[in-house]
Write a protein that binds this ligand. Sequence first.
Ligand code: GDP
Length: 415
Amino acid sequence: MAVDITTDLNKVRNIGIMAHIDAGKTTTTERILFYTGITYKIGEVHDGGATMDWMEQEQERGITITSAATTCWWKDHQINIIDTPGHVDFTAEVERSLRVLDGAVAVFDGVAGVEPQTMTVWRQANKYSVPRMCFVNKLDRTGADFFRCVDMMVERLNSTPLVLQLPIGAESDFLGVVDLVGMRALTWRGETKMGEDYEVEEIPAEMAELAAEYREKFLETLSEADDAIMEKYLEGEDLSVEELEAAIRRATLADKVNPVLCGTAFKNKGVQPLLDAVVKYLPSPLDIEAIIGHSPKDEAVEIARKPSDDEPFSGLAYKIASDPHLGKLIYVRVYSGKLEAGSTVVNSVNGKKERIGKVYQMHANKREEIASVGAGQIVAVMGLKDTKTGHTLCDPQNQVVLESMTFPAPVIEVA
Ligand code: GDP
C-alpha cells in the first residue's frame, strides 16, 4: 500500500557521509543502520532482527549499501543518508550529491588523518557551505592519534574544529569518549545492542586535567563563533548543556565551526553519540530558507522556492540508478511542493512532460511505496523517460530551473 509522507521537516536530516577511501564510510553507515535498527516510522515496523540478518548476508557477499539515499530513524528524527562518492574520479557526481544534502559527516582514519580525497570533497563542500561534522574513526588501530588528526583539520582543511569529545584509552584499550558538553564519560564495555547502548560514567580521574583543558578550548572556540555564548563566557556565567547545544547548532549551521567526535565504527564505539549529534547539530531542510533557481525562459530571472508543501512542486534529479527488481530509478530531492505518484510534471531543462510512475522511499533492506511526498524529502522515482542527472522536475504551471542553484546562507535564529 502506498503511503503519504508528510513529516515535521524540523525532524528531517538529509546528510552525506564523506571520506577518503578506506577511512570507514561504509562501516560507519552500516553501524548507523544497525543502531537505528531500521525502525520504520511509517507502518511502525520494528524489524531489528531482519536488519541484522540482512547485514550479515550483505557482509558475507561483500556487498555494501548501494542505494543513493537510505532512510532510517533515530529518536523520532528521519535521517536520509545520501551516498556521497569518495573517489576523486567521481568529482562531478560528488558535486551533484552535495547539492542535495543539507549537512555532512566527514569520516577520518585516526591513523592516516586528513587524506587527499577528503581535502577534495571538503573544498567542494565549502563551495556549497554545507554544514559539516567530523568523526575521527579507527581509534582502536595501532598508531591512531586523535589530536594529530584534529591538528591536520586546521592545517590541511583550514577548518575550525570544535572538539566535543576526547578518546578514553587508546588502540586496543580504547574504551569510550569524554563528552565535553555534558562533562561526562560515555563508555562501551558490554555487548553491542541496537539503540543507545553506551554507559554514562564520571570522567576518569586521570583524565580530569585534560578534560578541563579541552572544555576551556571548546568554550573559547564556541564563544568566538557565537556572540550569545561569548557574553556569558566572558562574564563567567554558567552555561547549561541546552544553551551550549543550541550554540553549537547555530555555529555549525553558519559554517563557522565543525564539531569533532571520535570512536571506532568497527568496534561499535562512538556511533550513537554521532547520531545524536547529527540530530542536534546538522540542519533540517527548513534551515535552508529558499532555493534559488531561474526561469526556463530567462536565466537572468531568479526564482526562489521555499521548503514548503504549499509551494509549487520543484525537485532535482540527482542520480540515476538501476535496481535489480525495479529497473531504472531516478533519485529526486524535492525542494518545494509535493511530488505525487501518477502526476504529470515538466522537466524544465529539456521542456518535456514526464509522468511520475511509482515513488519509493528506500530503506537499507526494503523499499516503501509512497503516494505523495512533501518538500525536503528524497525519493526514488520510476517511469521517467527523458530525465537525466542534474535536471529539474517541476509543476507545469510554475516552472523553474534549479540547475544553477546557489544555496543562500542558512537561517540562523539567535536565542
Ligand atoms: P570506506 O572505503 O571508507 O567505505 O571504508 P570501509 O568502511 O570499507 O572500511 C575500510 C576498512 O577499514 C575495512 O576493512 C573495515 O573493516 C576497516 N575499518 C572500518 N572502521 C574501522 C575501525 O574503526 N577500526 C578498524 N580497526 N578498522 C576499521
